[in-house]
Design a protein around this ligand. Structure first.
Ligand SMILES: C[S@@+](CC[C@H](N)C(=O)[O-])C[C@H]1O[C@@H](n2cnc3c(N)ncnc32)[C@H](O)[C@@H]1O
Length: 253
């Protein structure tokens, strides 16, 4: 809900928008009235930029013929409900989160398209590939994955297992995710208080070694300066990412 609200606030507060999501406000529901401080504004920028980065790369994958999109740890992501025709979307998340999302979709009057499948998976306990195939995912076809705001919550085993599965798919497959090399305060304190602490961090070079070792070829890594140069340059409202050693990465098989 926290990130969905930030995407929704981005639709209202920021011009030009970095990430245009016509369903963001409907799915988020009521927004907090108190104004955000600098930290909140930077975090909103990061949340908008990572969704934009994911959907920019998804568009590239689709232009190259990919027709399966897997949204890992989907939360209240809305791509499936405004997706390109012909693209099958698989939303992977905890079963409980998916039940809550269905209620939110119903309350917001957002229909679930027939091209979309909910796939309940706990990355720590279940094999992603097996569960996807049960839901109709075609393992011999390439697929694009996003994994936004999740890797910092899982164990290294779960992260590597998921990335290994993606790397095992055919050429043209790829994944986008965000990660951090150290805890981003005060966000880290906030999520720890909520019982879901950040626990997995990577230095960029260490992550690149892991990804190449798993079988990924082309990598594109953006640090905060790179994100600002790509998505926030020339603005008059000062919206930018800052203050955290956070990164976006795209990895292609
Ligand atoms: C911060 S939210 C990000 C949601 C969404 N990707 C976005 O950007 O709006 C983290 C998501 O990861 C999911 N998640 C965290 N740990 C998980 C696990 N072990 N297995 C499955 N999902 C998990 C949560 O249920 C939640 O939907």
């Amino acid at each position: 809900m926290g990130v969905a609200r930030r995407r929704a606030m981005h639709q209202i507060l920021d011009r030009p928008k970095v990430f245009d999501d016509p369903l963001a406000l409907r799915i988020a529901g009521e927004l907090p009235e108190r104004p955000e401080g600098v930290f909140g504004k930077n975090l909103r920028a990061f949340v908008a930029a990572r969704s934009r980065f994911a959907e920019d790369h998804l568009a590239l994958a689709i232009s190259r013929g990919v027709r399966q999109y897997v949204v890992l740890g989907a939360g209240l992501d809305t791509y499936a409900y405004r997706s390109a025709p012909g693209v099958r979307v698989f939303e992977v998340d905890h079963r409980a989160t998916q039940e809550w999302k269905r209620e939110r979709l119903r309350d917001a009057g957002i229909a679930i398209p027939s091209s979309m499948r909910f796939v309940p998976v706990d990355f720590e306990r279940q094999r992603l590939g097996e569960e996807l195939v049960k839901a109709g995912f075609e393992q011999e076809q390439p697929a694009f994955f996003s994994w936004l705001g999740v890797i910092m919550y899982v164990t290294l085993d779960a992260a590597a297992g998921t990335l290994r599965f993606i790397a095992s798919l055919g050429p043209g497959s790829g994944v986008v995710f965000d990660y951090a090399s150290e805890a981003w305060e005060p966000l880290a304190r906030r999520v720890a208080r909520a019982g879901e602490p950040f626990r997995l961090f990577f230095e960029p070079a260490e992550l690149a070694r892991l990804l190449v070792g798993l079988g990924f070829g082309e990598l594109e890594n953006l640090d905060c300066d790179g994100i600002n140069a790509r998505y926030f340059s020339g603005r008059e409202d000062g919206l930018c990412v800052a203050g955290g050693r956070a990164y976006l990465i795209a990895a292609w098989v």
